[in-house]
Design a protein around this ligand. Structure first.
Ligand code: NAD
Length: 245
């Protein structure tokens, strides 16, 4: 479904991002994964190699626009074009507001929102030059109704939806589609620290009766990145077993 495409996936070293890397490679895309540090990027590349999958990786500071821009230029020189950008890296929070410092709040905004701005700003000129592209952001089901603690996380995902819907309108004349996937609770490191007492009631509240596997989420990214979604832009696709409220 993605033959001939070059895709960059941030937060590609584990969880949802790593599964998107696998699925995009299965569908014949050229994939470059981004992670937060050399060690985790090397580990992910080695893991994928052991599965017979070859990818390249980088670990720019996503909050440093100059650094991001330099790496994007290097990638264009090496691969010729960038067709798909997946802004997936993210961190979550669950502390009450009294225990959340302004530094905690800024840290979430920096990665979940500002990094998307930097990556997108760096990639868009090359997509325009190439007369098209696809940008997909990872939102969350908490971007619909919020969550009872850890306000920075849902606030950041509401912002992700805002970036998605606005950029879809701005970039549509250039044949660049912008959408987001809003996963429900998904089996990754992000939720592995939650105790069983917390997970079980969550599962009971999900109409489909289970949490998502990373592949469930990656499938939505594949659809939106492919030509099958040619007329879809500015959408937030919920993939959450109907657990939106
Ligand atoms: P994860 O913790 O398994 O992976 C997070 C990824 O982000 C890793 O690849 C990591 O390298 C990267 N990352 C973390 N800090 C970074 C930094 N400072 N700079 C660059 N990269 C950094 O989490 P996941 O569950 O796979 O989450 C992926 C995305 O899915 C996130 O945006 C998250 O908000 C979203 N999401 C997850 C769930 C869930 O239940 N797991 C639900 C809804 C949305």
């Amino acid at each position: 479904m993605l033959e001939g495409s070059v895709a960059i996936i941030t937060g590609g070293t584990r969880g949802i991002g790593l599964e998107i890397v696998r699925l995009f490679k299965e569908n014949k895309a050229e994939v470059i994964l981004f992670g937060s540090k050399e060690e985790t990027v090397s580990k992910a590349i080695a893991q994928l190699k052991s599965e017979g999958i070859n990818v390249n990786g980088y670990y720019p500071n996503l909050n440093n626009y100059e650094e991001v821009g330099q790496i994007i230029k290097e990638i264009v020189v090496k691969y010729g074009h960038i067709d798909i950008l997946i802004n997936n890296a993210g961190i979550s929070a669950n502390k009450k507001i009294e225990d959340t410092t302004s530094t905690d709040f800024s840290k979430i905004m920096d990665l979940n929102v500002n990094a998307i701005f930097n990556m997108t700003k760096a990639v868009v000129p090359f997509m325009k030059e190439n007369k098209g592209g696809v940008i997909l952001n990872t939102s969350s089901m908490v971007s619909i109704y919020g969550q009872p603690s850890g306000v920075g996380y849902p606030a950041s995902k509401f912002a992700v939806n805002g970036l998605t819907k606005s950029l879809a309108r701005e970039l549509a004349p250039f044949n660049i589609r912008v959408n987001a996937v809003a996963p429900g609770v998904t089996k990754t490191d992000m939720i592995s620290s939650l105790p069983k007492e917390q997970i079980d009631p969550i599962i009971q509240s999900i109409p489909l009766g289970r949490i998502a596997e990373p592949r469930d989420i990656a499938n939505a990214f594949l659809f939106l990145a492919s030509d099958m979604a040619n007329y879809i832009t500015g959408n937030i696709l919920s993939v959450d077993g109907a657990a939106r409220s």
